[in-house]
Design a protein around this ligand. Sequence first.
Ligand code: ZN
Length: 158
Amino acid sequence: MPAKEATDVRPSERRRPMNFSRPADDLVRRAARRAVRGGKASFPSQASFLRAVVGAVRAEDPRAALGGVRLRRLVVGLPGVRISVRYSERPGRPPPSECPVCGSDLVPIRNRTLSGDTIVLGQRCERCDYWSHTHRRMPVRYSFSRAVSTPRRTRGAG
Ligand SMILES: [Zn+2]
């Protein structure tokens, strides 16, 4: 049973329409890392992750407004946060012109044939794991969890 939050700001509530602030990138990233480290370490959808992050951000900035696309672009590649993406292929449609996950440029995936020519097999993102072959491959669901990473210590401890 989902609890209704008193601080929930809906677009239809237009009491103070301009009274939002855009939280700093760092604040959002910190809140995202904390969200996946907390008791509920896995979020099955972007909406549920967004709710948790917005709640944490508003603890520091009660007027903070944040959308799912901005949140996703800020946490792609962020250490400690793992994004899993489920895709759907759309045959007959060309690949997208920019990465649908993080908005970065796409670069061609090339392969060399036996005769020495190169052929383009598809597109991949410069920044994240997204790729698309000749069919358009689009994200349909995101989930967010804690990244299981090997500890990287740059300072020699022991
Ligand atoms: Zn990307």
